[in-house]
Ligand binder design. Sequence first.
Ligand code: MLT
Length: 408
Amino acid sequence: MITINEHYLKLQASYLFSDIAKRVAAFQEKNPEMEVIKLGIGDVTRALPQACVEALHEAVDEMARDASFRGYGPEQGYGFLREAIAENDFQSRGADIAADEIFVSDGAKCDTGNIQEIFSTDAKIAIPDPVYPVYLDTNVMAGRTGTFADGRYQGICYLDSTRENNFVPELPAEPVDLIYLCFPNNPTGSSITKEQLQKWVDYAHANKALILFDAAYEAFIRDESLPKSIYEVDGAKEVAIEFRSFSKNAGFTGTRCAFTVVPKECAAFDSKGGKHLIHPLWNRRHCTKFNGVSYPIQKAAAAVYSENGKAQIRELTDYYLKNAALIRKEITNLGFDSVGGDNSPYIWIDGQGRDSWEFFDMLLNKAGVVCTPGAGFGKCGQGYIRLSAFNSYENVEKAMARISDALK
Ligand code: MLT
């Protein structure tokens, strides 16, 4: 008899963004004349940077000729991309990361979801609340939690991110083994300082824990004092793995390219306390289950680091940050308390006592605007909604005017 992985039965309904998409589709079917403005899922709307488009075309032409055609590439990514990443994203900021510590992949969602499988199933997990649902759901699937009760899975150490702690959680009150952090944060848009991040790195050293640091939104940081990488913090290389993506900086949500940094010093332990380096384990996993990102896409990603590419990415992220500033200004004028939007494309809005899903439904039905209900990111998200700055400036202006009318 074939039996299923019963941990899947503990999962709550469908994946958050699929659920929202279904609700929006149902609304659009009922209201075909209504133009819906999507400020929900963080999906970019502007075209790929020209430097990436040119590199993509050139690479496709190479693939069209026998002499320059390429078959399987290195599973970890081509040297030209790994070297450009190491130099520009890390070494230029004083973080000592080498090209062979970078694993190129097709998405940070997959990487943050897959990484947990190299750790023991009884590892104690610390997860912020609210949180990007992938971290939590993949640990539920792996059996690291009990059942879901009163808005939370048993066995997880939740790290509350609230107005009281400025949406940067405190260190765990109980010992934990694996810690998920994301800054600039999804969903709250909050940032972490170097000093705050240092405390987490020190905690990981003291407790033989490991930090999984999701830096997918680093390109939106404008405050130069904020760390873009956890490796800008002393001692992080031994205790942290970092995830990056080309989705939000270069608009690759549909093009797919990302990378994970596993420093050679980074270690975990066996049940007898023996120390094991993670790099060869992740390399083994990556080579076994993944055949690399396609050559044209890696060429396009490498173009992000050309002089033109850098300027175009700055322009793209500035554009979305201008949207974010507008959302923040308008929502503040409407009397709402909010956070984010300055070093992040997300604005986290306190609904002043409204239930998250009711607020979502109200904005959809009365304003034709899609947000993401905070409760979908965890118990601490109840009462909040998240607005994303990924849309055209004109649509953001229109959305904010409609929200203002709907609230009158
Ligand atoms: C989000 O809206 O939270 C993100 O777009 C999700 C993702 O990047 O997978």
